[in-house]
Design a protein around this ligand. Structure first.
Ligand code: SF4
Length: 400
């Protein structure tokens, strides 16, 4: 079932996107869509986990966010773009997996406690919030995705997904009475060999002794009284193997965005330090002109240190080597003023933003274009997930 190149990624629908989103995630998606079969999901159900009391923002931001993706270069002819709630299999698999997921696995997810503390102004003592990493697991497992592009902070969620897939396969990937049937075959090895097999089985399964595994394999290959099926059964019992129904995904860790906000902290709407993706040129200019600089550079004649200045962090992303050298020399010798320094940056960001606005224009003028992209995406995603859900239900014994 594993799809060797399929990728699933998503973003919560919580408003228009800023340049931090572009440099931290979407730029990577744009590259990935040419190398892999990509599914990009508007995670509207995930947005409910923290915004369940005021859902207005979710509804109004879904289409805007997709326009932002398209503006960045996400191409609907290359990637499937869909809304999570329009593919009911996400909710259904989440529910089914919740039956086998130990509560302690969810409670120990590092982001759970962190978020509860960080968002202490909201009541997050809900099942939905505790279970959101499980919903993420369902999102991923539904597509049998081989890779999930994530930042460092999300690696633990992919690890949880792997554990859930393993547990599911272990519980439901075995035929009924697997162990009993294997034990019925063991005596056919003959008394001495049967005892040795049981001994080696314990040594490998309980103590992880690889040498015991090799010896037991050899013993089985050599046994003459077994049919092919019986030999296979004892091999499977030895290695504790079960059928793979859900694929364990790998995290594709993307480097953290180097784009800081206007105050040097991480760019985030909650810090009020953002440059939006489709920001108007004069707003870009105004925001950058009022950015803080090296606090030691009070007068024009004071020298500065770019390492202590958030403007330099933006130059590192937006400027070529020549401009960066000009900034370094000009700042440390007071050869340029801070407003001079910000000039080429304003131009580069305005040029980038102009491209975004240009690409977004047709979708703003004709909203049906976005609706059609999302309808096609939902259809494709529903088709893809149907098989997985069927297999899961069959394995769990609720497919009639
Ligand atoms: S010259 Fe540039 S890098 Fe130096 S303090 Fe001013 S804005 Fe920052």
């Amino acid at each position: 079932m594993e799809n060797s190149s399929r990728i699933l990624s998503g973003m919560r629908a919580t408003g228009n996107l800023h340049l931090g989103h572009y440099h931290g995630a979407i730029k990577n998606w744009v590259n990935l869509q040419y190398e892999h079969e990509c599914y990009f999901m508007v995670a509207d159900i995930h947005a409910l986990t923290t915004n369940y009391e005021s859902t207005g923002l979710i509804a109004s931001s879904v289409h805007e966010m997709v326009i932002d993706w398209l503006a960045c270069g996400v191409d609907p002819s290359q990637a499937v773009i869909f809304i999570q709630s329009e593919v009911p299999a996400h909710a259904e698999l989440h529910l089914l997996l919740s039956m086998i997921t130990p509560l302690s696995w969810l409670e120990r997810v590092p982001t759970y406690k962190e978020q509860i503390e960080k968002l202490s102004n909201r009541d997050l003592g809900t099942y939905g919030f505790l279970g959101y990493p499980l919903l993420q697991s369902a999102d991923i497992l539904l597509y049998n995705a081989k890779f999930v592009p994530v930042g460092e902070d999300q690696v633990s969620h992919v690890e949880l997904t792997r554990e859930i897939a393993r547990r599911f396969n272990y519980i439901y990937g075995r035929e009924t009475g697997f162990e009993e049937k294997a034990r019925e075959v063991i005596p056919k090895l003959g008394h001495k060999r049967a005892l040795l097999y049981e001994e080696l089985l314990v040594q490998y399964q309980q103590e992880g002794n690889d040498e015991a595994l090799e010896k037991a394999r050899f013993l089985l290959k050599d046994a003459v009284n077994l049919s092919l099926g019986e030999r296979e059964r004892l091999f499977a019992f030895l290695e504790n193997k079960s059928k793979v129904i859900l694929t364990e995904p790998q995290a594709l860790v993307t480097a953290a965005s180097k784009l800081p906000g206007l105050d040097g902290q991480k760019m985030s709407k909650s810090y009020n330090n953002t440059l939006m993706l489709r920001e108007a040129p004069d707003t870009i200019s105004k925001k950058i002109k009022s950015m803080q600089t090296d606090p030691a550079r009070i007068r024009r004649t004071d020298t500065g240190d770019p390492q202590k200045c958030p403007v330099w962090q933006l130059h590192r992303v937006y400027s070529n080597e020549e401009v960066k050298q000009w900034v370094q020399t000009g700042c440390t010798t007071a050869g340029i003023g801070c407003l001079d320094c910000k000039g080429p940056l304003i131009e580069s960001i305005q040029a980038e933003s102009e491209q975004f606005r240009e690409r977004a224009r047709p979708y703003i003028e004709d909203r049906n274009l976005v609706r059609n992209i999302l309808a096609d995406g939902a259809e494709k995603a529903n088709e893809t997930t149907e098989d997985t859900l069927d297999m899961v239900k069959s394995a769990m014994g609720i497919k009639y």
